[in-house]
Design a protein around this ligand. Structure first.
Ligand SMILES: C[S@@+](CC[C@H](N)C(=O)[O-])C[C@H]1O[C@@H](n2cnc3c(N)ncnc32)[C@H](O)[C@@H]1O
Length: 323
């Protein structure tokens, strides 16, 4: 069952029950792509550290952290609740993140899914240009911080130095209308710094300074690696690049947080006590019902009986009947 009931608070911060309780801009197709790349590296016994520039409340970091292997290090850099140094960056922070973002909230979210925090650098990403990430040490880097052209161009250089030869660089918002600076920095890196695109989704660019073809061949052979996905080859300046899309509805649910079962029980008890389900809980309960309906009958029945009030178990029955 993967119902969201994130109502219990930790120092005033709602603890997440499931990944979608963590606010952010990281959707299932890219979660699938991240997990596909990270898992493929693990299967090929490619080791190395992980790096994220721009974490917000931790949604993509939590997924990356799930693929950290023993001996590997995960560094996350974000301003969190610190001031940005420059006006354009400050305006972006005030517009998009200030109301919700604190380092403490990131930590509560991350620790709901993992035992240890990553190495946190609370500073502008430009500080990473000082070489504190050992050259060639990373296998995967996600750049999703400032959208200002000069900053993204700097972040790409930091990632380039940090990545091993066949490491994967992911650039967020490389084609959004409101982020022309990211687009400019992305294609500049392709045409002047030797960055090779592997695959493009609506939101993210996946590339490498190594050889993009082995990953492209695997993705093409596997039609994107999940039912519901498609990949389509394109050519840019004589080089193959894939586009990937679809709705990978059948990708495995991300593991629930350590708080999930307790939060579901608390929400169910509240619903019983009050004889009603609050709007937010109703949504959670519907999601839990839908998730339970997708599980084998015996498991769904047992979980529903253990955890859910009658209003939910009847929703599970309805969901099953309508299949
Ligand atoms: C789009 S959000 C990241 C979204 C996140 N990856 C997710 O999965 O939802 C961008 C983040 O970059 C951070 N940021 C913006 N400018 C920055 C800078 N110059 N240095 C470091 N972090 C910055 C913001 O604080 C914000 O948390």
């Amino acid at each position: 069952m993967t119902g969201s009931t994130a109502t219990t608070e930790n120092a005033g911060i709602a603890e997440p029950a499931v990944l979608s309780d963590v606010r952010g801009w990281f959707w299932d197709l890219d979660r699938h792509a991240f997990e596909w790349f990270l898992r493929s590296q693990q299967q090929a016994r490619v080791g190395g550290d992980l790096l994220e520039l721009g974490a917000y409340l931790g949604r993509s970091a939590i997924v990356m952290g799930n693929h950290l292997q023993p001996g590997e290090k995960f560094t996350v850099c974000d301003l969190f609740d610190s001031e940005a140094m420059e006006e354009e960056n400050s305006a972006e922070m005030a517009r998009s993140y200030r109301k919700t973002l604190t380092r403490e909230a990131f930590e509560v979210n991350y620790l709901a899914f993992h035992d240890r925090l990553p190495e946190l650098v609370q500073a502008p990403t430009s500080v990473l240009a000082d070489g504190r990430i050992p050259a060639g040490s990373c296998r995967f880097a996600h750049v999703d911080a400032s959208h200002v052209y000069e900053h993204v161009a700097g972040d790409i250089k930091v990632a380039r130095a940090a990545l091993a030869e066949d490491g994967v660089l992911v650039l967020d918002d490389y084609r959004s209308a409101h982020t022309p600076g990211v687009a400019a920095a992305t294609w500049e890196a392709v045409f002047t710094l030797g960055l090779k695109p592997i695959v493009l989704t609506d939101c993210k660019f996946y590339g490498t300074w190594g050889d993009p073809e082995p990953a492209q061949e695997l993705l093409l052979a596997a039609s994107g690696g999940a039912p519901g996905c498609w990949v389509h080859p394109e050519t840019i300046a004589g080089r193959q690049v894939l586009r990937m899309g679809g709705t990978p509805e059948k990708i495995a649910d991300f593991p629930v947080s350590r708080h999930h079962d307790r939060l579901v029980k608390e929400a169910a008890a509240r619903a019983q006590r009050e004889g009603t389900v609050r709007a937010a809980e109703l949504l959670a309960v519907r999601r839990a019902a839908a998730a339970a309906a997708r599980r084998p009958v015996a498991v769904a029945k047992r979980m529903a009986a253990d955890l859910l009030p009658p209003v939910v178990t009847s929703a599970v029955r309805r969901a099953r009947r309508s299949k």
